[in-house]
Design a protein around this ligand. Structure first.
Ligand SMILES: *[C@@H]1O[C@H](CO)[C@@H](O)[C@H](O)[C@H]1NC(C)=O
Ligand SMILES: *[C@@H]1O[C@H](CO)[C@@H](O)[C@H](O)[C@H]1NC(C)=O
Length: 461
C-alpha cells in the first residue's frame, strides 16, 4: 500500500490531534530522549530490564497537562510492576520486569501487520504500549513495541514481519528472541515454507498451530465495547432467517478457487434452491439497506440474518484460517467453508460447518445447493449445526477451547510479551519452528498438503 505525501500528512495530523497529548508526551520520553534508553543485562541466568535513568515519578514533573493517566502509564512502562498475587501456599513472583519488543521495519516499511492496521499508525517516536496485558497467571505486564533503532539494540525480542521484509534483521545479541511474524499463508508468502529461512527464526508467530506465538484472527472481530468476541451469542431464529447463501468478499478470484465456485452457484440461476445474495464487490446483487448502513454496514449483522454464509479462504494452506469462519460461527449462519483440510479440528464442533472440496461434504456448486436446501428446509437438522453454541464448553474442540474462549482471549502482541516472560525462565532454550516440528509436518502430510519435499536443515545446531 502506498500513501501519498499529502495523505500521510493528513493522517499524521489527524492522529496527532486525536491522541491525547499526554500519551505523546510519554512516547517522546520513552523513545526520543537520548538520556532514557532501555538497558538489557543478564544476571544470574535471567534477563533483567532496567532504566539507566528513571523517569521522575512526581506527577507535576511528569505531566502538567493530564493529572492521572500519564503517571500510571509511565510507571507501568518504566519500572517493574508489583502485584500481590498469592499462589496456593507458595508465594508467586510479584515482580514482572517490563517487556520491550523492537519492530524491525525493514527496507520498505510496510506495516507490521496487526498493530498499526487495527489501532492506528505508530511511528519511530511513538511506541505501542499494549494495554491490559497480563502474564498467564494474571499479573500485570508492561508490554511495549517500538520502532526506535535504540530498541533494536536493547529489546528482548525483535518483531520481524516476514512478508514486508525479505531480509532478516540482525540480532544485537544472542539473547534476543527473533520472532518471525506473518498472518498470511505460504501461498502468498513462500518464505514461510523455506526451511533455510525459517531455521533462522528463534520463534514462529504465524497462523500455524505449531507456532510458539500463534496469530489469531479473532481480534478483528472483537466487540468494540467489551473488547471480546462472544462466539456464543444466540443465533437469529430459524424462521426469521433468509433461505439463501450470503456472500461478502472483495477479492473476487483468489487462488483458492472461490470465484469459480461462486460463479457456478450463480449460474444455477432460477434453478437454484438456495439463491446467493452478494453484498460485496464480487457479482454484487444486493445492497445494504439504510439501517445496515447506519450500523456501519457491520458484516456480522448482515450475515446473521441468513441461513448460510460463504466462508471460503483466499488460499488453501494447512491451518490457514482467517476471520471468515469465525465471523460466520459467531453470527450464527452456517459457514460454507473452503480452506484447510483440517478445519473440523479447529472449529468448536466438527458438525458446525459445511465443508466444500475434496474430503468435504460437497464438491460442486450443484451438490452445495442441494445440501443447503436439505439442511435449510429442516429446522431440527439446521439447528443441529448451531447446537455447539449452547453445549457445555468442555465438550467443544480443544483448539477452540484453548484459544477462543473469551476468558482466555488476549491479543497477539500480549502473547508475544508473555512468551518473553516465559523465556526468561530458561534463556538458553531453543524452539522448534513449524517446518522442523515432525509432529506437525506429519499431520500436514496426512492432510494432503505439503507433499513437496522440503530441504531439512538442522535448526541452530
Ligand atoms: C498501571 O498499573 C496499575 C497498577 O498495576 C493499574 O491500575 C493501571 O491500570 C495500569 N495502567 C495502564 C495504563 O496499564
Ligand atoms: C509441534 O506442533 C504441535 C501442533 O501441531 C504442537 O502442539 C507442539 O507443541 C509442537 N512441538 C514443538 C516441539 O514445538
Amino acid at each position: 500500500m502506498r500513501i501519498s505525501a499529502p495523505t500521510a500528512l493528513i493522517v499524521a495530523v489527524t492522529l496527532c490531534m486525536s491522541v491525547p497529548l499526554a500519551v505523546l508526551y510519554i512516547a517522546e520520553k520513552l523513545s526520543m530522549s537520548p538520556s532514557i534508553t532501555w538497558h538489557a543485562s543478564q544476571e544470574a541466568g535471567s534477563i533483567l530490564l532496567s532504566k539507566k535513568h528513571p523517569i521522575p515519578s512526581d506527577k507535576q514533573a511528569v505531566s502538567p497537562m493530564s493529572p492521572s493517566l500519564p503517571v500510571e502509564l509511565i510507571s507501568n512502562t518504566t519500572s517493574s510492576i508489583s502485584s500481590s498475587v498469592e499462589g496456593e501456599g507458595r508465594a508467586m513472583p510479584t515482580h514482572v520486569p517490563p517487556v520491550l519488543i523492537a519492530i524491525d521495519k525493514g527496507k520498505t516499511f510496510q506495516h507490521p501487520f496487526p498493530l498499526p492496521m487495527q489501532r492506528g499508525q505508530f511511528t519511530k517516536d511513538k511506541p505501542w504500549v499494549e494495554k491490559d496485558c497480563t502474564t498467564e497467571e494474571g499479573q500485570p505486564l508492561s508490554c511495549t513495541f517500538s520502532l526506535h533503532s535504540e530498541a533494536m539494540k536493547t529489546a528482548e525480542g525483535i518483531y520481524y514481519h516476514m512478508p514486508s521484509n525479505m531480509d532478516m534483521p540482525k540480532k544485537s545479541s544472542p539473547q534476543q528472541v527473533l520472532f518471525c511474524v506473518a498472518e498470511e499463508s505460504p501461498s502468498y508468502y513462500p518464505t514461510l515454507n523455506d526451511a533455510n529461512h525459517m531455521s533462522k527464526c528463534d520463534a514462529e508467530a504465524t497462523l500455524r498451530t505449531c507456532s510458539q506465538v500463534r496469530q489469531y484472527f479473532y481480534e478483528r472481530l472483537q466487540d468494540k465495547v467489551t473488547g471480546r468476541l462472544d462466539m456464543h451469542v444466540p443465533p437469529v431464529p430459524f424462521e426469521v432467517k433468509q433461505h439463501a447463501l450470503v456472500y461478502i468478499n472483495g477479492n473476487c478470484y483468489p487462488p483458492s478457487g472461490r470465484g469459480k465456485i461462486m460463479e457456478g452457484l450463480l449460474a444455477l440461476g432460477d434453478t437454484a434452491k438456495v439463491p446467493v445474495h452478494s453484498y460485496g464487490a464480487c457479482q454484487n446483487n444486493r445492497h445494504l439497506d439504510e439501517k445496515n448502513k447506519e450500523a456501519g454496514g457491520a458484516k456480522t449483522g448482515v450475515i446473521s440474518k441468513y441461513k448460510f454464509c460463504v466462508a471460503m479462504e483466499n488460499s488453501i494452506s494447512y491451518e490457514y484460517v482467517t476471520e471468515k469462519i469465525w465471523e460466520g460461527l459467531a453470527s450464527g449462519c452456517i459457514p460454507v467453508y473452503l480452506g484447510t483440510p483440517n478445519i473440523r479440528d479447529l472449529v468448536p464442533d466438527p458438525g458446525s460447518v459445511i465443508v466444500y472440496g475434496p474430503g468435504g461434504d460437497v464438491n460442486s456448486p450443484l451438490e452445495l445447493d442441494a445440501l443447503m436446501h436439505k439442511i435449510g428446509s429442516d429446522r431440527a437438522l439446521y439447528e443441529s449445526y448451531l447446537a455447539w453454541k449452547t453445549k457445555p464448553l468442555a465438550s467443544l474442540g480443544s483448539f477452540y477451547r484453548n484459544s477462543f474462549l473469551p476468558e482466555i482471549q488476549t491479543t497477539n502482541e500480549c502473547r508475544m510479551c508473555r512468551f518473553i516472560v516465559q523465556h526468561r525462565k530458561n534463556p538458553q532454550q531453543k524452539y522448534t519452528t513449524c517446518l522442523f516440528n515432525e509432529t506437525w509436518m506429519e499431520a500436514r502430510r496426512k492432510a494432503g498438503i505439503g507433499r513437496k519435499s522440503f530441504v531439512r536443515r538442522r535448526q541452530r545446531s
